[in-house]
Every structure is written in C-alpha cells, then in structure tokens.
Design a protein around this ligand. Sequence first.
Ligand SMILES: C[S@@+](CC[C@H](N)C(=O)[O-])C[C@H]1O[C@@H](n2cnc3c(N)ncnc32)[C@H](O)[C@@H]1O
Length: 346
Amino acid sequence: MNSLNVMPRHPLQPYWDIALASVQADALHEALELDLFRLLVDPGTVKEVAARLTLDVGNTGYLLELLWSMRLLERQADTSVPGRWRYCSAEVATYFFDSNAPRYCGDAWRFRRQSLRHFGGELGTLVRTGRGGSAPAATAWREAARRQIAQEQRAATVDAALAVVARLPEFPRVRWLLDLGGGPGGVAIALAQANPGLRGVVFDLPEAAEVAQANLEREGLAGRLQARGGDLVSDAIGEQAYDLIWCSSVLHFVPDPAASLRKILAALRPGGVLICAQAELPDGSTEALEVLPYYLSLCMRGRRVTRQGELRRALAAAGFTGLESYPGVPFPMAPVTVLIGRRSPI
Ligand SMILES: C[S@@+](CC[C@H](N)C(=O)[O-])C[C@H]1O[C@@H](n2cnc3c(N)ncnc32)[C@H](O)[C@@H]1O
C-alpha cells in the first residue's frame, strides 16, 4: 500500500490531542451515565443497545465506535449480518466501570472529571490573583469517604498498600496499625485481612471516621479495628502505640507537615515503621507531566506538595531512620512516592 506518511508527526499533534481528549472524557462520562459497561457485559449490536436505552441508533453507533477506539469496548463481527458488529465491555471496563463490579470506580471517575473541570474554570483567576477556590469542608471529606475515596481505594490504593507491606519484613509481626487519615478505612481493612493478628485504628476527621466505622462493621472487623475521629493537627494520635503507621495523601492537608511527622514518630513503638505514600513534584518533565495536572489544584490553592526528595529529608529531620524511597508508585489519579521510615529500636 502507498503511504503519504513521509512527514513525521506534526509538532502540534500532542496539543491537538489535549483539546481532543475532552471529547473522550465526555464519551466516557456519557457511557457511565448510561451504565453502558454493565449492559455490554453481554455483547450487543448498536441497534440492540439503542433500543434497550432508548437512544438514537446512528449516534449510538458513533459513541460505541469511539469507546471501542479508546479500548473500553471490544467488537466482533456479527456472523449473521455482514458488516455488523457486536460490542462488549473490554476487560478494563468490566473491572472498573461495570456498576456491579466489586472494584467499580465510575462515580469516582465522574467526580474527578467534574472537579478538574471546576478547577480549570478557576485557573485563570488563581494565576492572576493568587486567590480562588477553597479548602474542602469536613462534610466534603465525609462525602469523599463514602464514595470517591472508597471506590479509588478498592480500585487502586489497596493494591499499592498490599504490594508495599509485602516488602516489609516486619509486616507479619505487626500487631497495632494506625491508618492515619484513612478516610473510609479500605487500607486498614485490607491489611487486617492480610494479617490475621493485626488490630488497629483508622484515624480521620470525625465526619470521615463515621464512614470508616460503618465500613469496619460491615466487613465484620469491628472487633479488631476501630475508627477514631480527630484532627491530626490538634488532637493526640497516641504515644508509642503502633507497630505500623500507614499515611497516604494526608500531609498535603496539614499546615506544618514537620510537626505532624514528629507526632507520627512519637506514636510509633520503638522499631515501628511509617509508610508514607504521597505525591511529590518530580524534577524531570516526563514524570512532572504525570503528577502536575492533578496536583496543580492543591499547589495553587495553598496546599503542600513537596518537591522530589523533600519528604525524605523531612522524615530524616523528624528523626526517622532506615529510610527507603520508591518514586512512581501507581496510585489513584497520579503516581506517588512511597517513603518507608522507622523509629529506632531504643
Ligand atoms: C486524599 S484523602 C486520603 C485518604 C486515604 N489515606 C487514601 O489514601 O485513600 C485525605 C484524607 O485525610 C483526611 N484529613 C485531612 N486533614 C486531616 C486532619 N487534619 N486530620 C485528620 N485527617 C485529615 C481527610 O479527611 C481524608 O480522609
């Protein structure tokens, strides 16, 4: 076949792609609204889908084609009618976007799209005036714990937590865990399920802790785990109480992370371990592009997102020893750096 691809990709194509990505986001949003990936667990033709959901046949066909091109649907030739396709949900959609799936993440995805668009609308004002937007209210954390954080924990955070503790020689011996700023408690639940001897606490603002407590009860773990409401900044979290503290994506929200790290160190038993999973702003442009689009809103609204390596130095300054640092760990929305630090044994 002759080809006219004599020129390299146009240098503007990446930026055209950025503008075009919003169409893909709109299409996925609409598919989730229609619960399409649930419907297409069983293959269906365009006509069948349109009839089932009372949609326009022609445009449903285009939507399915776009979702197929985005690898959210698969298609097979319909052997009974030449030129007709049957579509079904691809593996990733079955896993995360079928509303019946245990790891359903569709509400969280829609929430993220909406809040990123909202931030986009404020970006100009934030750049011009340095002001705009506000910190999430405690009630917003309750709502987040109920749906969006819970879904993302099941879809991604728990896997990261289990992969990290699997490398931790101490994990089988851990008896007391603190899931600090644990939201709905999914990490504590997973760690308790992985280690039958483990007991512990999910600590979070009272509104989120209520949600965690309900989840612990629902999972039948209320005898081993309890949720405690409080503010990391002003309330006690315990002294020499824990063998392991898991703290992911929380230190962005405290005004003085160094003070919180000292408090965390004091809450560990001698020899205890902190796992801190948190995004930092990478030095390289490729890695920065994975982190900045999501964390820009926190940065611009005055939250703390440290530069690569800063958190490790902060842990060292707080007195943690045996530091290990793993950048680029997959986490909801953007990769994080996982830092492991220990309280010295005496
Ligand atoms: C981004 S979420 C992370 C939740 C969970 N650690 C995870 O990774 O899925 C931040 C959590 O920190 C909690 N949080 C924020 N400020 C806090 C504070 N001052 N004291 C206790 N928890 C706080 C929020 O309520 C929320 O559950």
